[in-house]
Design a protein around this ligand. Structure first.
Ligand SMILES: [Zn+2]
Length: 143
């Protein structure tokens, strides 16, 4: 089990991916502290930043289960084109990735389209390594 980590940050001089890596280090420290008290608690598998093109506001989200996409109908439809949300497609559960989670926050804040989103690299908080976008995310966001 992992909880959701969610951040909204104004980008100054740092690259957006560097900001995500710093947040991943913070997530790692927080999870490590909690893990001392609970064996069921785990790191979120991925974190990513998303923003609207030309905006300096970065939304960082982690992968998680049971996301509600009812407030972002275009994103919901794009996800449902892959299959039922929550079921496995190409090895990942549809809609549970960090990318659609972060996209959802940006779309709700700016009422923007799927084609106006840009993403940072996806980072694994446990190891801080870069993770390739999955096939589902590549398909939905044309990455
Ligand atoms: Zn994905």
């Amino acid at each position: 089990m992992s909880r959701n980590f969610s951040y909204r940050i104004i980008i100054n001089r740092q690259s957006p991916t560097v900001i995500v890596k710093e947040k991943c280090q913070y997530i790692r420290r927080r999870v490590n502290r909690i893990k001392n008290h609970s064996t069921i608690y785990d790191y979120p598998s991925c974190a990513v930043g998303c923003r609207r093109i030309k905006s300096n506001e970065l939304f960082i989200e982690t992968s998680r289960a049971h996301t509600d996409y009812s407030r972002t109908p275009a994103l919901k439809t794009a996800l449902e084109n892959l299959g039922i949300i929550g079921t496995v497609s190409y090895g990942n559960r549809i809609g549970w990735c960090a990318e659609p989670n972060a996209a959802r926050s940006v779309i709700i804040s700016f009422s923007c389209g799927l084609n106006q989103l840009c993403f940072t690299e996806t980072i694994r908080p446990r190891t801080l390594e870069k993770i390739a976008y999955c096939k589902n995310c590549k398909n939905v966001f044309k990455l």
